[in-house]
Design a protein around this ligand. Sequence first.
Ligand code: DGT
Ligand code: CA
Ligand code: CA
Length: 590
Amino acid sequence: MFVSSGDNPTLTLCSWLDIGFMRNSEIAAFFNELADLLEIDGANPFRVRAYRNGARTLESTNADLTSMVEEGDDLTELTGIGKDLAEKIIIIVQTGELPQLTEMRSKIPDGVVEMLRIPGIGPKKVSTFYHDLKLESLEQLKEAAERGDIAKLKGFGKKTEETIIEGIDTLDLTNRRFYLAEAKAYADEIREDLLKLKSVQQAEVAGSCRRRKETVGDLDLLVTASDSEEAMDALADHDLVEKVLARGETKQRVRLTNGIELDLRVVPAESYGAALVYFTGSKEHNIVLRRRAQDRDLKLNEYGLYQGEKLVAGKTEEEVYKTLDLAWIPPELRESRIEFKLAEEDNLPELLELEDIKGDLHMHTTASDGTASIEEMAAAAKKQGLKYIAITDHSKRVTMANGLDGKRLLKHWAEIERINEATQGIEILKGIECDILEDGTLDLEDDVLKQGDWVIAVLHYGLKQPRKQIMKRLMTAITNPYVHMIGHPTGRLILKRPGADIDMDEFLKAAADHGTLLEINAHFSRLDLNEVHAAAAKELGIPIVINTDAHSPEGFNVRQYGVYQARRAGLTKADVANTRTWAQMKKLMK
Ligand code: DGT
Ligand code: CA
Ligand code: CA
């Protein structure tokens, strides 16, 4: 479950990024769901917040709670876990259930809970719909919005009605999508386990997951195997598989424990490359490939490339592309955009790699809403091989995250300077994530900002303002001489809410003109800029910075997703500013 606190601009790292933590995130999901249901029910806000904070603690702790419970360890020794939470964790681990949650689930109608899936609608609003208007399903909610009943509620307006109507329309109830990070973690584990079987020679995750799309509808796994029965039996028995939905001779569809479905296909070795091309897609990319085959009097399908009855290519992807007079195209580019033109000219970019990134310039500490100290973040970054980081806590507007005012920030920066001097092997920069306020001014004075090494400006609040006001706010930041980068420019949260209404052409042009860098925020729920906008930024020569926005040392693990997004945008090492040393990077900054 990814239902988290409504408009909270900060995000916790979900721990299934590291499969070792899966259990913690499952426990956390109990508390997140309980918090949502209690809030809908109208419970005491402090109680709701306690469960939500508890869930966050669980998601970010390094301790393995299941084994702690099994060994009888005292959970309250972990920071942020009190007696009540500890007791509940023990019950969850031991029974797989939480009686309070079960009770709340039967108390709140399913149709009411479903309202939480509408982007931009959180438990607080749902509570009002349920209690004040007695609405109990998405259909009833939509009808109420269409009648104008929602706008009549105190504190609601036409905007919420539009959000509801558009949200329900775009909610494809049978077609849930998953964050890439989650889908990929599940798929990779299954792939690795199948590869351990004697009879399985090759295995690859295909589909949108291999193209590193930001969301994945279902997983497509291809294997070559001497014994397809053994591969399918192993999948059916896998811990992550909840149910076998269909099984044929070489094909099996299963549902995984998190609800995502996976298609396994066992293919002959001589067809493996062709099958990989076919099932990696995209559909649009495949259509162009098939047409190229036809132009050459060949036929392309999932079994191979044929001249009449004769198989002329199919064992590897390279061979298939080569026979169609193309260089091998990286999966991230297979969206039928510019990849064919580039592959024909043998001019495909050498895409960015994770190892190319030398610094991370967006992260939080306990000074605002992070869970670790400056030293702990620096040590973790150093361990990952980074050469420099910027500590960028929130500015004061973000009260719920304990954002810093000018006075606190200057003290924080003095502390960072002191720690930087005492630290070897990594440079720690004085940064800030400064809010661009709703009225178009910055949350901190220029006099303060200019004393830092690295200033990020971001939109957190008022994302639904009209385009004109949003643009005014962004222009303030872009033209400010002390702002180096705009962080997560649109403010979208994937699968949860759309971003601000931005005139992207104007925005990018202004950033280019004023030498303001732009971020690809690597958190799997942001990936902001998206690949289309990042590609447009590249065209204009705007250096992109890929940052994790980590709120804990584990938060650095999302860097890979930012790199995937950059690859989808066709970015190379040179296009990304923080592949340089800090000294070199400074030359790109105003
Ligand atoms: P998803 O699962 O919605 O995130 O997206 P994909 O791209 O994984 O799509 P999926 O699972 O429906 O199919 C996997 C791949 O199989 C897809 O990328 C291309 C190929 N494919 C599926 N259906 C067709 C089709 O009707 N025509 C062609 N040419 N290829 C198809
Ligand atoms: Ca798929
Ligand atoms: Ca599929």
